[in-house]
Design a protein around this ligand. Structure first.
Ligand SMILES: N[C@@H](CCC(=O)N[C@@H](CS)C(=O)NCC(=O)O)C(=O)O
Length: 204
């Protein structure tokens, strides 16, 4: 059985739960407290969440978990097949969600909530804000007027980017383009996302 270790409602763990819900896969949620225990760090030396266990598989990195689950338990329309012209775009935007967009949000959150006052808007923070804005502009331009990033079909790229947009809006509370706002609402209205949010509290 798939086991997802996560902080209560931790957004990147919900990314993985959302995929399981969309695919109808059973999974367990193991809540992790902060600071993490030595036992947890022995499993996941980074001490981050989420962390996935599935049989002999034990990995961190939420996007790797999404790709692993869609590949191992597919085929699924959420991940186009090798001959589908949408495959490259879906892989690109799935990796983008964390490598270019999501990963850059963490230092901004740390600056906002943990940096000394004098460092909250230092050179590095300002530079990262610029990079994040470039990522948002790219996401908005890639989406354009389409409902989803690969066109008409909802895919793992949408699960991953909707999650990153949620982290951006939830923690930093900054404005986003109108098409991204509508896109986030469209994706988050899916019943599978709602079920994942409930499971992520540990009570579902
Ligand atoms: N790239 C990683 C990022 C993981 C990450 O930053 N997780 C946050 C919570 S959403 C975390 O564990 N923060 C606490 C820490 O890193 O100690 C992923 O996608 O899984």
């Amino acid at each position: 059985m798939i086991k997802i270790h996560n902080f209560p409602r931790g957004a990147r763990g919900v990314r993985v739960m959302w995929l399981c819900e969309e695919m109808g896969l059973p999974y367990d949620v193991e809540l992790v407290s902060f600071p993490v225990s030595d036992a947890y760090r022995a499993k996941n030396p980074l001490g981050s969440v989420p962390f996935l266990e599935d049989g002999s598989v034990a990995i961190n990195e939420s996007v790797a978990m999404v790709l692993y689950i869609a590949g191992k338990y597919g085929p699924t329309p959420l991940l186009p097949g090798k001959d589908d012209p949408a495959l490259a775009r879906v892989l690109q935007m799935t990796v983008f969600s964390e490598a270019t967009f999501g990963g850059g949000i963490n230092p901004l959150i740390m600056a906002k909530f943990a940096a000394p006052e004098a460092d909250k808007q230092n050179w590095s923070v300002t530079a990262q804000e610029g990079r994040s804005q470039t990522a948002l502009d790219f996401l908005s331009g890639t989406l354009g007027d389409a409902p989803y990033l690969a066109g008409d079909n909802f895919t793992i790229a949408d699960i991953c980017n909707c999650t990153a947009l949620g982290i951006w809006q939830g923690a930093l509370n900054k404005a986003i383009a109108e098409n991204l706002k509508a896109y986030r609402e469209r994706c988050a209205a899916r019943p599978a996302y709602q079920r994942a949010q409930t499971k992520a509290t540990g009570k579902g």
